[in-house]
Structures are given as structure tokens and as C-alpha cells.
Design a protein around this ligand. Structure first.
Ligand SMILES: O=C(O)CCC(=O)C(=O)O
Ligand SMILES: [Fe+2]
Length: 231
């Protein structure tokens, strides 16, 4: 599907200021329905995780297999380039040596050369009582520092509770938590691990984690787009 052009200046400003950027209506209703409809289709996935068996929370998710469905591959491709520019600027501000190539193909080749061969985009499903503990999606040496989550269900109609939470911690301070209100089809872009915060003398590092609060009612599905592959 052809998408609206996004205002990348605003996305960049939002990421710098708030540590996340919300994109309204990234996916339409039919696209959300079709991704949810694929949850039961086992051939689409390489692995099924029951979160309570790993201490990750409660709920389940499935990692897509290569070749990724067109919609998922398209989102990874479309967002990688502009996000790589931001990631490179952040790496400089954080005094990190990491640099990210311009294209997803080149970045994926780096992951694959390092033995990170398995695709990481995933679909998550939450039922009443389910939740996702605060975590970071690190899967090996190569880590692309921004990721995206798309809400596929409608809050208030399909489910209650189940809010997306982002926390930020800088040295010698307690964590700051943000609850990010999303509607069906909205996406949020946020840091996997670190982000630069402007301090008095240059930039300081903040460590980020994300999770989901308890689902009180209904069913909540999300699509996660992570750009680095896994070992
Ligand atoms: O379900 C959510 O909102 C969070 C999903 C998540 O942790 C991820 O995609 O990495
Ligand atoms: Fe995650």
C-alpha cells in the first residue's frame, strides 16, 4: 500500500526531545486485520515464544521467518534509511564508534557476517492479565538503536489496559516512565538501548527500556519491527 509521506523533521525532533516519535495511522484497518489474521498461520514464523516460560511477562509472540511478509519487509525497508541517519548522529553524540550503513541490505549483510541470521520482526498477542516486562531487544553484537512497534488493535474497543510504557534512566537518577497513548494503526519509534540527552556540557546517555502494562480486557495485538537480526 502507498503510504503518506512522513514528516521526518518532526519525527527527528520528537525523538530528540521526547525519546520517542508517534506516527498516526501508519497501517490501515485492513492491514491491521491482515497481520492479526496471520497469527495462526504457522508457516509465517520461525519461533513461537510463551512469555511466562522465559520470565518475560505473560502473553505470547512469534518471530517472522525469512522471507518476511511483504508488509513487514516493506516497513523495515522504508524506515531503515531515515532512521540510520538519526542513529549515526546519535552515535556521534554518545561518543560511540558504531556507524550504520545507508541501506537495509548493507546493514543486514553486516548482521549476517557476524552470524546474526535470524529475522527479529514479531507479532505479539496479549489476553486479559497478560503483560510485557520492561526489557531491551538485544540479540547480539550488532544492534540497530531504534525500533518500532505498531498497535494492531483498538484501545477501548478491542481491549482495555495494555499500555505501551517507555522508561528512561540517566546516571545517578531514578527512572522516568512514559505511557504512550496509541490508537489502532499507530506506530511508535523508540530507542532499543541508549539515547543522547542534552546536558550542561554536551550529551549524556540515558538507558531506555520498554514494556506493556497489564491487559484488563479483550485482546491486544502488536507488530514489532526490529532492524538487527538475531544469533
Ligand atoms: O506489545 C508491545 O507494545 C511491545 C512489543 C515489544 O516489546 C517489541 O516489539 O519489541
Ligand atoms: Fe520489545
Amino acid at each position: 500500500m502507498e503510504r503518506n509521506a512522513f514528516d521526518w523533521r518532526k519525527i527527528e525532533e520528537d525523538l530528540d526531545r521526547d525519546g520517542h516519535a508517534r506516527l498516526e495511522n501508519l497501517l490501515g484497518d485492513a492491514e491491521c486485520r491482515s497481520v492479526i489474521g496471520g497469527f495462526a498461520k504457522e508457516s509465517l514464523y520461525r519461533r513461537h515464544i510463551v512469555m511466562q516460560q522465559h520470565g518475560y511477562g505473560q502473553g505470547e509472540y512469534k518471530y517472522f521467518a525469512y522471507p518476511l511478509p511483504d508488509l513487514v519487509a516493506g516497513l523495515r525497508e522504508e524506515f531503515y534509511g531515515p532512521l540510520a541517519k538519526i542513529a549515526n548522529r546519535w552515535a556521534e553524540q554518545l561518543s560511540l564508534a558504531n556507524r550504520y550503513p545507508e541501506t537495509l541490505a548493507d546493514y543486514t549483510a553486516l548482521c549476517h557476517d557476524a552470524g546474526q541470521l535470524k529475522p527479529t520482526p514479531l507479532i505479539l498477542k496479549y489476553e486479559p492479565g497478560d503483560y510485557n516486562r520492561l526489557h531491551q531487544d538485544l540479540y547480539g553484537e550488532h544492534l540497530f538503536p531504534l525500533q518500532m512497534v505498531i498497535l494492531l488493535s483498538e484501545p477501548g474497543a478491542d481491549f482495555d489496559g495494555g499500555e505501551f510504557i517507555l522508561t528512561e534512566q540517566r546516571a545517578r537518577q531514578q527512572s522516568r516512565a512514559r505511557v504512550l497513548p496509541l490508537k489502532k494503526g499507530d506506530a511508535v519509534i523508540f530507542p532499543v538501548n541508549l539515547r543522547p540527552l542534552k546536558g550542561k556540557n554536551g550529551y549524556v546517555r540515558a538507558t531506555m527500556r520498554h514494556g506493556v502494562s497489564d491487559l484488563r480486557r479483550g485482546l491486544r495485538f502488536t507488530l514489532g519491527v526490529i532492524f538487527h537480526d538475531a544469533k
